[in-house]
Design a protein around this ligand. Structure first.
Ligand code: ATP
Length: 423
């Protein structure tokens, strides 16, 4: 009879070659009657990094805590390596899930040496083997020789690496990270997180990482799951989520955006920058044309009006209000005629036209996103002529973000002649 080779549960799961390492299926979490997470499904493949990104309070940490097992979901289930670890019938605690955890507050034990801190997660292994594994892990994170040091003798970045070695030592299938690098200064953060990522990818570990920082998500994530109000509004590769946002708020989460308003007429919307096709939208619907500052093009008036083109549309006239040098790029605010809105453009390097300089602005039309306005409610104050016909008025539209937009009520000649009906 051949000799049985016994692996720990975590080692067995890392050696599996296919299938999702982590899977959340229809997970919800209610606190009282408020849903912190609602019907959320997500999977993470071996060696993949998925970032949960979103504003404060959208449910990122609760989702991670459910995956970890420190929080139990109100509905749905969690699978690690294809095996349900939490559902209506059972709930495995974190230590039984083949997962590693790294939180912002990574709390090393101050009274234990670095090697013992790392070996702490290797319960079940004999002491010698655990310390040897700890030493090997410390070598992988660049801390060979620090075994006998105590945490207080290390810098913040070194302590962070010890925490990483401790989380990686049991060779988890899944690593769950909640803003793990946010306590480090930004240069150290870049170095430590790139190293950490390389190690986890090499080991085939699936990583679910929480961040509210879009740059961090773009830098680290193979996929970004953009969250809002407890659910995922969009998931995909960083390029996709950045360049194909599902709505204005998704676009605006990654950068400042310019918003140009228009109204649909015959499936098209006219703007100062030319006409946009808006198929599927009925007449009189307000739309927003969204464009990031780097996709606005500025030409000085002295250079002549840029020709209309399918790619840049129609140039619109404006006046420079302010220009600032930001290092890698310059930021130019332009007041547009005639509706007086201010649009912001960024230009690589130093470009500092004086305030008051007349310019032409054009849009990279392939980089514009056109969305119907998410108007929540409209309050209208019409006024009538002596005959009771509609003369005009002012309306206020409240959008989903709580922004209030004045919208004049325009009355046609026919409206003015038609007495309003009062009930
Ligand atoms: P942040 O980026 O600020 O950490 P988050 O996206 O991680 O936010 P969560 O911490 O998951 O958000 O919280 C989501 C919502 O659930 C919030 O409204 C929060 O107040 C609520 N919540 C979280 N934990 C609890 C709890 N134990 N009891 C009651 N409400 C909670």
């Amino acid at each position: 009879m051949g000799r049985a080779v016994v692996h720990t549960q975590a080692e067995q799961s890392v050696s599996a070659s296919s299938g999702d390492r982590l899977r959340l299926e229809g997970v919800s979490r209610l606190f009282g009657d408020k849903a912190a997470v609602r019907d959320l499904s997500l999977s993470v493949a071996p060696g993949e990094v998925v970032c949960l990104l979103g504003p404060s309070g959208c449910g990122k940490s609760t989702t991670l805590r459910i995956a970890a097992g420190v929080e139990r979901q109100s509905g749905g289930r969690v699978l690690v390596d294809g095996v349900s670890v939490s559902d209506d019938a059972r709930h495995a605690p974190p230590e039984a899930r083949a997962i590693g955890l790294m939180f912002q507050d990574f709390a090393l034990f101050p009274h234990l040496t670095v090697a013992k801190n790392v070996a702490f997660g290797l319960r079940g292994m004999d002491k010698e083997a655990a310390l040897a594994r700890a030493s090997a892990e410390l070598g992988r994170v660049g801390l060979a020789g620090y075994e006998a040091s105590y945490p207080h003798e290390l810098s913040g970045g070194e302590q962070q690496r010890v925490a990483l070695a401790r989380a990686l030592a049991p060779k988890p299938s899944v690593m769950l990270m909640d803003e793990p690098f946010s306590s480090l200064d930004h240069r150290l953060r870049d170095a430590v997180r790139d190293e950490a990522l390389a190690l986890m990818k090499e080991a085939g570990t699936a990583v679910l990482l929480v961040t509210h920082d879009p740059d961090e998500a773009m830098r680290m994530g193979d996929r970004i799951a953009l969250m809002r109000d407890g659910g995922i509004v969009q998931i995909g590769a960083p390029y996709h989520v950045y360049n194909h946002p599902v709505d204005r708020r998704s676009a605006a989460f990654f950068s400042d955006v310019n918003i140009i308003h228009g109204v649909v007429n015959a499936q098209q919307t006219d703007t100062p920058f030319g006409r946009f096709l808006t198929p599927g939208l009925v007449d009189d619907v307000d739309v927003e044309v969204i464009i990031r500052p780097q996709h606005l093009k500025i030409d000085m008036v002295s250079e002549g009006r840029p020709e209309d083109s399918p790619s840049n549309g129609v140039a619109a006239a404006g006046v420079v209000e302010r220009a600032r040098f930001m290092g890698a790029h310059s930021l130019i605010e332009v007041r547009m005629a005639p509706e007086e809105s201010v649009l912001t453009a960024t230009v690589p390097g130093a470009f500092l036209p004086p305030a008051g300089a007349p310019v032409w602005l054009s849009l990279r039309r392939d980089r514009c996103f056109v969305f119907p306005c998410a108007v929540q409610s409209v309050v209208e104050f019409p006024y009538f002529n002596r005959e009771g016909g509609l003369q005009g008025g002012l309306g206020y539209a409240l959008d989903a973000d709580g922004d209030v937009r004045p919208t004049p009520i325009e009355a046609s000649e026919a409206d003015a002649k038609t007495p309003a009906m009062w009930s």
